[in-house]
Design a protein around this ligand. Structure first.
Ligand SMILES: [Zn+2]
Length: 267
């Protein structure tokens, strides 16, 4: 009988009907399915002759079999599945955000806001930095598409005032201000952090105590220095020793240890 059962399963997902099976057989089948924890025994034990019910009704009687079967399938799902993919979303000049991208924000005490999912780790990182006697200041965080558009246009206008043609100004502006739709700040997973003693967004930032600390420890909290020196060709963005991106602790540690950028890590 057992052998017949297996071959009936191997026969696929067809609902097979048998005559003269006793109801208790459903229970036996459930036990077998649970123990083996694989396949989908679609075979339905029939009601005694003369009491046959439509298959749909019968399937209802099989419900107790389903939970053990689905438990058997679960281990096949990768540990880092789609539920983690949000933290590795790639946004750069070649990978714009969907127009309708949305996330749930948490407001910080200084008026900034970030994706609520990275907030606890961000707070822990800043707390640890302060405990080290330093003064980190978040100067930029989540931005709406409109805000990014405004920043970009302002940059274009400043360049035009310096003598650039409008076309050249746009090309030049895109090197330092991401085109709307391609900024990680729209993700809600990026923050610009500076040292209270030097709030200039330029190369001098890397020498500050806050940056030295963040560059050494941000990975412990799931953040990476997103635009490292000498990776501009790959990231599409100039060196920014103030822009940190949340990617989760596992990826951040690997990116830090390998000395790669997010594009290289995801490649
Ligand atoms: Zn930034």
């Amino acid at each position: 009988m057992y052998q017949r059962e297996l071959s009936a399963r191997a026969g696929g997902r067809h609902v097979r009907r048998r005559k003269s099976r006793l109801p208790f057989y459903a229970f036996v089948l459930a036990i077998i399915a649970f123990v083996l924890a694989f396949a989908f025994p679609e075979e339905r034990p029939d009601k005694p002759s003369g009491q046959s019910l439509p298959v749909r009704t019968l399937s209802g009687t099989e419900d107790p079999v389903l939970p053990p079967v689905s438990q058997g399938v679960e281990p096949d799902i990768p540990a880092s599945g789609p539920e983690d993919s949000w933290m590795l979303t790639l946004v750069n000049p070649w990978n714009p955000l969907p127009e309708d991208y949305a996330c749930t924000l948490t407001s910080l005490s200084n008026g900034h806001s970030v994706d609520e999912r990275c907030y606890p780790d961000l707070q822990a990182m800043l707390d640890a930095c302060r405990e080290a006697g330093l003064s980190p200041v978040i100067c930029s965080s989540y931005r709406t598409r409109e805000k990014q558009e405004k920043l970009f246009q302002n940059k274009v206008e400043r360049l035009i005032a310096q003598g650039y043609s409008r076309e050249n100004a746009k090309t030049e502006a895109a090197k330092t201000v991401a085109l709307p739709g391609t900024s990680e700040h729209q993700l809600g997973l990026a923050v610009d952090i500076v040292d209270r003693s030097n709030q200039n967004l330029d190369r001098t930032q890397e020498t500050t105590a806050v940056q030295q600390w963040l560059m050494a420890h941000s990975w412990e909290y799931g953040f990476i220095l997103r635009y490292p020196d000498e990776k501009s060709e790959t990231t599409g963005i100039i060196y920014e020793p103030w822009h940190y991106r949340y990617v989760g602790k596992e990826a951040a540690e690997e990116i830090y240890r390998q000395g790669v950028c997010l594009e290289e890590y995801l490649d």
